[in-house]
Design a protein around this ligand. Sequence first.
Ligand SMILES: [Zn+2]
Length: 329
Amino acid sequence: MKTLKKRKWCRLLPALTIFCSLPVMATQDWWQTEAERAAGDDLVPLYHKYCKTGERQFQPELPANAFYVFDNLIFLGYERWNSWALLNNEQIIIFDAMETEKEARKYIIDGLVSLGLEPSKISHVVIMHGHGDHFGGAALLQRLFNAEVMASEADWQLMDVTRTLKERYPDQEHVIIDGVRIKVPVAGQTVPEKNRVISDGSSLYTIAGDILFYLTPGHTAGTLSAILPVTDSNKTYLAGFFGGTGFTAPGTPLDVFLSSLNRFKSLTADKEVVVPLSNHPTSDLTGLRAKQLSGRKKNGPHPFLLGQEGYQRFLSVFSSCLSSYINKE
Ligand SMILES: [Zn+2]
């Protein structure tokens, strides 16, 4: 990650070739400038989120109700978490399941009903990473609808460890186990029964195209990321969903996190991904895009379609801010 940068005045003094060929360590500031550049005019709130931790830029509020983002993709979350529903013929595939069963009932089940959809069609629940605020409502969907819950092996293990934490540490929000910070379950959060393991490179069929899964450790040891097909007026586009965003928790293996991000960057470049998705609205700017979407003219530009260049900049803001954090004095 110690990327080289050119010494400015080397261009003016080419005679100093040996000196100028020596690498310069990229500093925290240098990476911040890179992130700012990648953010351009349209991704500034992301720069603030990742590079200026704790400094929040204004983002429009999310609509109060569930809404279609694409013909086959529905947003079911609220300010804190995203849950996405991918419609596949008679099935509904859910990505992340909120923090508690109560939230899953309110945002996922009632959200689908509000759009005239039948929640009993929920066939799969993908847990993008095994923290309670993403799996909390999965057991409810498993119980009510016999939905198959899917996660990576490492994060099934993490969820299993989490199962007993509430009894052991009733008054703590987090515990550190083997140097890694793990959230203690909140009330109303149940660990789902283990159904299916998602491995690196595996896929799940949908009529619009396969969902492709990749292991991208960092935020947790088994964080998943996905490339999935979304449709708009009979055209199919690929969305990139990087499954873990925070990198400041104690024990986060930053180098591993960065190489996962870089790997996902090159996978999404190869596959020509153009739509950013995340499991927090502040990480994919859902509020901002939802507002633009509500004012979209018939056949006007879709605010979630960033183009390949835009999608790569979206990941570059993230990776440059992470590099800046790694290079912190
Ligand atoms: Zn998390």
